[in-house]
Design a protein. Structure first.
Length: 540
């Protein structure tokens, strides 16, 4: 906090007073980084090639590797003798997924996300040229040269879109800060977790213990499981604007603000409330949602950050980082280019190795007629683990929209939608040595509006995806004898490595990763979430 002698009422308080976590770094070299004298002082000159090199390496690392601290948190869950069997199964799947992804062929998640860069350029740093273009080039090269999915859509008209085929544009925010370093946070965030972000405009009445706890209990329950828990969950209260609040939510879920102080002051600095962070974790436990399919491991850790606010506004932002917790720090200094070290040997955190499963699965043959598949599922309690083998159809947002238009125009549903279970997914690029790229489920609720009409026509009677769904889907399952099964969200590399044996495109090839595909799976583990009686796992 600083004041001017001529203005005794003026106080400047830096909002985010963070302490560096001091992670271990890889030294990527010193090329294109040097010191020059400018206006009587030394400045650090960072060439565009340095930014491109850093972005290319950062985006590759973060797509295949996780932070050691996060893997330690997952390992701690497995040490708890009281966790549910479903939680144990999901967390072990995530650990095995990390092992497969660390080989740098199959990325952690099929949704390799929107590339995001937060840059903090010191006032004594000069970067000639267009920094955002240089960073974008590195991002482009990372997505071009690795088996990453291209998910960005360019609007051609208000309603028409086209995949950019580069995963650009990226979100790149650069701000000036004091000092002679250039610091970065590189992140990739998928749609499933981004879509769990919410902003609420409240008032002073919220700012008491009883009201806030009731509010957070309601909203944390409403986040649901579509963003692939266990979650790193952030709550931000306050902010000089709604935009400032949501930006803080994103930075908080990344861990960048972990070094904030524990108390506020009269200057308005941001702070963490660690007591309420523990309360949020406990609220997550009480939901019973667990790590996707019932249990305690819904919220892995929490951040509650309090910001200054305008007297008429209490903004509350809530957001999550999913179990594909993809963030990596970097810096450029006089000594060169440095990138945070991520964990390259995640297998060392698996206390029992990779063998063995905590829950026995019921085998289901998907190459039987649809009535036979449903007969295999009928009578099994919700929450039952079932192992799927046989043919499935992969179809998600664009495919469902086109099929709906076909029905609206008087056409019939394609036969493949009636004969086989529908898997909501969109794979990453296919490596040469695998039949498919990373192939985890996408958020099922985006297809909810199509389900009643499809089931009425005898289609989509068995669905596989992730996350909770609407009452309309549940009612349709009861009325038409359908089932909704949940795969492990966040285990995309593992699914491609162990469970997908073949893949071919059968419809809408122009839709890229959203084309309709036929796949054959072997022993794909899923949980019964909705059954043909209308029962729901989430009712538990």
């Amino acid at each position: 906090m600083s004041a001017h002698s001529g203005h005794p009422d003026f106080l400047y308080e830096e909002l985010f007073q963070t302490q560096d976590r001091h992670p271990e770094y890889h030294h990527l070299g010193s090329e294109h980084v040097h010191v020059e004298s400018c206006a009587g002082r030394d400045v650090l000159v960072v060439g565009p090639e340095a930014l491109t090199t850093l972005a290319r390496r950062a985006m590759a690392d973060v797509s295949f590797l996780l932070r050691t601290s996060y893997l330690e948190e997952l390992a701690d869950i497995l040490k708890d003798p009281e966790i549910s069997e479903n939680d144990r199964f999901v967390v072990r799947s995530l650990m095995k997924n990390a092992v497969v992804a660390s080989r740098r062929t199959l990325p952690l998640c099929q949704d390799t996300g929107t590339a995001t860069v937060f840059g903090f350029r010191g006032a004594d740093v000069i970067s000639p040229g267009d920094e955002k273009e240089a960073l974008s080039l590195g991002i482009y090269e990372a997505f071009r040269d690795n088996t990453l999915r291209l998910s960005q859509l360019a609007p051609l008209t208000l309603f028409d879109e086209k995949n950019t085929r580069t995963n650009l544009p990226a979100q790149i925010d650069i701000e000036s800060v004091p000092g002679d370093e250039y610091r970065f946070l590189f992140s990739t965030k998928g749609g499933g977790s981004s879509n769990r972000t919410s902003l609420f405009v409240e008032n002073k009445a919220l700012l008491n213990e009883t009201a806030l706890e009731a509010f957070l209990t309601e909203k944390i329950n409403a986040v649901g499981t579509g963003g692939c828990p266990p979650y790193h969950l952030a709550v931000v209260i306050g902010g000089t604007s709604p935009e400032a609040n949501l930006r803080t939510v994103k930075l908080a879920t990344s861990g960048l603000l972990d070094g904030l102080p524990d108390t506020g002051n009269s200057g308005g600095r941001a702070f963490r409330d660690r007591e309420w962070e523990e309360k949020i974790v406990n609220i997550g436990r009480k939901t019973g949602l667990g790590a996707q399919y019932g249990g305690d491991a819904y919220v892995l850790d929490a951040r509650l950050i309090r910001l200054p606010r305008h007297g008429a506004s209490v903004f509350v932002g809530i957001g999550v980082s999913c179990n594909a917790h993809r963030n990596v720090a970097a810096r450029i200094t006089r000594d060169g280019i440095f990138l945070e070290k991520l964990e390259e040997h995640p297998g060392r955190f698996m206390s029992g190795g990779e063998e063995g499963e905590p829950t026995a699965a019921v085998a289901v043959d998907l190459d039987r007629p649809m009535d036979g598949i449903r007969e295999s599922l009928h009578g099994l309690p919700v929450g039952t683990l079932v192992s799927l083998s046989g043919t499935m159809i992969v179809a998600r947002d664009i495919a469902h929209a086109r099929i709906q238009k076909l029905m609206d125009d008087g056409g019939d549903v394609p036969r493949y939608m009636k004969d086989h279970p529908i898997y909501y997914a969109g794979p990453a690029k296919k490596p040469e040595e695998y039949p498919a790229g990373s192939f985890g489920p996408t958020t099922s609720s985006r297809m909810d509006s199509y389900v009643p009409g499809l089931m009425e026509r005898g289609a989509s009677l068995v669905m596989v995806g992730k996350g909770n769904r609407s009452k309309a889907v549940r009612d349709a399952c009861r009325e038409y004898g359908g089932f909704y099964l949940g795969a492990v969200g966040g285990a995309a590399a593992l699914i491609a490595h162990e469970h997908v044996t073949s893949m071919r495109t059968i419809d809408f090839e122009d839709a890229g990763m959203e084309a309709v595909r036929e796949i054959i799976v072997r022993d794909l583990p899923t949980f019964i979430v909705f059954d043909d009686r209308g029962d729901s796992l989430f009712d538990r």
